[in-house]
Ligand binder design. Structure first.
Ligand code: AMP
Ligand code: MG
Length: 330
């Protein structure tokens, strides 16, 4: 008999719920995304109010679309962190209320591990070098000795923040990655920008300042969008390439919201081919934050015995993925 769990995601702009089965079927994945006003980033309290308003309807829709009755669930899984405190707390309260009233176990899930495990499920990747690129993360990660280990990361902004802050500077509404990609596709005029790789880490803050300055000086948005993408993605591909060469792995996987970017996946493909490796990106509809990443990873954790008593089910805003045991990968 397949098992089924409900997963609830609420780390940042997205409130989402999903039901998955132990066969890896995603039976539903319903989302509601908080939209920040043009020119501003996510306001945590406003986003949490959005989540509180949307929670019931999103969860009801996810349950009814899945065809699974609440009493047929084996567990309720929630994103415990990392993320914005007010947003995380809405998901935690809703999930513990549901688990308590249904009499089901509650399973805490690390959101970043969720991006990776869902990516592995959907791409059929087994033991990849992972580039996790999103609003909250820019990391190169591999699994070793029972944990996802960070081989390189951004020392300041994430690449999602880089693209969002660059777009907002020109009046776009966050998240801006898609609009920046569309603008970049209209140019091939590279304007030199700072390229900053330090060991196996990257730094994007100087790149952001230089890109904004170019716009302020009258450079076309398309040219700067093209140049910021070429520079930032080359930095990320360089550190991923070093991790691939060092570990000798044969698979690269790109996950997180920025994995939707076609230029990044093309550059990653070109690099992987040179190493006789495959490069895969999570399908676009699952690249951004979603309940399915929490449900699937929660199911893996639940099968390995992970549970949390309701009275301990707080949130962890700065919960790094390399502190999380992943016993299902032993
Ligand atoms: P996540 O935090 O995983 O939901 O990812 C959100 C981030 O992905 C935001 O910073 C978006 O701007 C970024 N993003 C979404 N689509 C694209 C795209 N096509 N190209 C680049 N970045 C993107
Ligand atoms: Mg995310």
């Amino acid at each position: 008999m397949p098992r089924h769990v409900l997963g609830v995601e609420s780390t940042a702009h997205t409130f989402s719920a999903s039901v998955v089965s132990s066969k890896g079927e995603i039976l539903s994945n319903v989302k509601s995304v908080y939209a920040a006003p043009a020119g501003s980033g996510i306001h945590p309290i406003e986003a949490s109010k959005h989540h509180a308003r949307e929670a019931t309807h999103v969860i009801e829709a996810a349950m009814s679309e899945s065809g699974i009755r609440p009493d047929q669930l084996d567990a309720v899984c929630y994103s415990m962190g990392p993320g914005l405190g007010p947003c995380l707390r809405v998901g935690a309260v809703v999930s513990r209320t549901l688990a308590g009233s249904l009499g089901k176990p509650l399973v805490p899930v690390n959101h970043a591990v969720g991006h990776i495990e869902l990516g592995c499920l959907l791409t059929g990747t087994e033991d990849p070098v992972v580039l996790l690129v999103s609003g909250g993360h820019s990391m190169v990660v591999v699994c070793s000795l029972g944990r996802w280990r960070v081989i390189g990361e951004s020392l300041d902004l994430t690449v999602g923040q880089l693209l969002d802050q660059f777009g907002r500077h020109s009046g776009l509404a966050s998240p801006c990655g898609r609009a920046v990609e569309q603008a970049a596709a209209k140019s091939s005029n590279y304007l030199p920008l700072p390229y900053s790789v330090k060991g196996n880490d990257v730094s994007f803050s100087g790149l952001l300042t230089a890109a904004k300055t170019l716009c302020d000086q009258g450079a076309s948005f398309e040219d700067v969008a093209f140049s910021i993408q070429e520079t930032a993605f080359a930095m990320l591909v360089e550190v991923t390439e070093r991790a691939l060469a060092f570990t000798g792995k044969k698979e690269v996987m790109v996950v997180g919201g920025v994995a939707a970017n076609r230029r990044l996946s093309q550059m990653m493909d070109d690099m992987a081919v040179r190493h006789g490796a495959s490069a895969k990106g999570v399908p676009v509809q699952y690249s951004g934050d979603c309940g399915a990443q929490i449900a699937w990873t929660g199911l893996l954790a639940f099968r390995s015995g992970v549970r949390i008593p309701i009275e301990e089910s707080s949130v962890r805003q700065s919960w790094r993925l390399d502190t999380v045991d992943v016993p299902w990968r032993n």
